[in-house]
Design a binder for this molecule. Structure first.
Ligand SMILES: [Mg+2]
Length: 361
């Protein structure tokens, strides 16, 4: 495995309800539904999450809570505690980032990490997968399901095979065999509509798609058909590897040196806003923010901070830049040393993916 790209997809098991059970052991083993108040079956909201015990009764997330109540009136219905789940999610990201700092949080309970560098340390994907699962369980008391493959989409599909507490490996060279028996809707992004179109064309299993000509898929599905052709044939180009460009930045030398904290912060916010506009234009996000500060006497400091998920909003970038600045330069320093140049640089770049939910710590 040492020479292969090793992409690990981690999906927490029944995340919201598992956090509730962790916080209150008396809930263990019971059917639990997190979501709107069912009000004796008259509630109008929906289910956010259901424990595996509740799922046995047919309760599902996104289902009307009144239906869930009808299916399982003895379930324990709990309100949604988003802040608490976010905290737990951050703990998990912290644990995962001890394995790899090329990590992307896909949603509150799902992350993908590039562990290609860990080949020698773990020897096999099986050992690596168990090591991650064990560490997550030891440090957070929560269980997760893992899929490992050579690409991000394949790894996610592997996770879906065995839940909860699963570990599915799609070894290099075995991609086509793994994919062939799966239904076309197992492909992320194939919703009910796409499924229908594919079925109409005679594609029910991914194996059927493997027999198709590239030109047919491109003709009928456009650009996506090209990507689909590669994926079903085991070439997962859906990577989150860093952007070809190493960094991206904006800096400014001032005509007259800045002497007050307010002016400096203003200038910094302006630079951040410009950089963010550039990032948006180029569809780039990045995990590391570096601040460059040059004083009147040309002495220069740079200070960096790396975040677990890429930053792409102007607001977040502005806040982060300001935080780094305030941590490192005092009002007094600005007054006495004066600032000649400010710069913000972004590195660990990613091309933002459409439809991805990214969360900041
Ligand atoms: Mg999950």
């Amino acid at each position: 495995m040492i020479n292969y790209r090793t992409i690990v997809h981690v999906d927490m098991d029944a995340f919201f309800t598992s956090v509730e059970v962790r916080d209150n052991a008396s809930l263990k083993g019971k059917p639990i539904v997190v979501g709107a108040d069912p009000i004796q079956g008259k509630g109008r909201g929906v289910v956010s999450a259901a424990s595996y015990e509740a799922r046995k009764f047919g309760v599902r997330s996104a289902q009307p809570v009144a239906t869930a109540y009808k299916l399982c009136p003895e379930a324990i219905f709990l309100p949604h505690r988003f802040a608490r789940y976010m905290e737990a999610s951050n703990e998990i990201i912290r644990v995962l980032s001890t394995f790899s700092d090329t990590l992307l949080r896909m949603s509150i309970d799902e992350a993908v990490l590039d562990c290609s560098h860990l080949g020698e340390e773990f020897g096999t994907w099986l050992k690596l997968g168990h090591a991650i699962k064990n560490k997550v369980r030891e440090e957070t008391e929560l269980s997760c399901t893992i899929g490992i493959a050579t690409g991000r989409t394949l790894a996610k599909m592997a996770t879906e095979i065995q839940k909860p507490d699963g570990l599915t490996l799609v070894h290099p060279g075995k991609e086509c065999t793994f994919l062939a028996p799966l239904a076309v809707e197992a492909i992320p992004g194939v919703g009910p509509k796409a499924k229908q179109s594919l079925n109409r064309l005679g594609f029910r299993k991914i194996g059927d798609l493997q027999q198709a000509e590239r030109s047919l898929l491109v003709q009928t599905l456009g650009k996506w058909g090209e990507k689909l052709f590669d994926l079903v044939n085991g070439r997962d180009s859906d990577s989150f590897t860093e952007h070809e460009r190493k960094s991206f930045g904006e800096e400014r030398t001032f005509e007259t040196d800045l002497e007050t904290l307010e002016k400096t912060q203003d200038a910094l916010l302006q630079i951040a806003a410009e950089l963010a506009a550039h990032m948006r234009q180029k569809n780039i996000s990045g995990r590391t923010v570096t601040l460059k500060i040059r004083f009147a006497d040309f002495h220069t400091i740079t200070r960096s901070q790396t975040y677990p998920t890429p930053i792409r909003s102007a607001l977040v970038l502005e806040n982060v830049a300001l935080q780094i600045f305030n941590r490192n330069v005092s009002r007094e320093t600005v007054r006495t040393e004066k600032i000649r140049l400010l710069g913000i640089q972004l590195s660990h770049l990613y091309t933002a993916q459409v439809g991805e939910q990214l969360w900041l710590f």
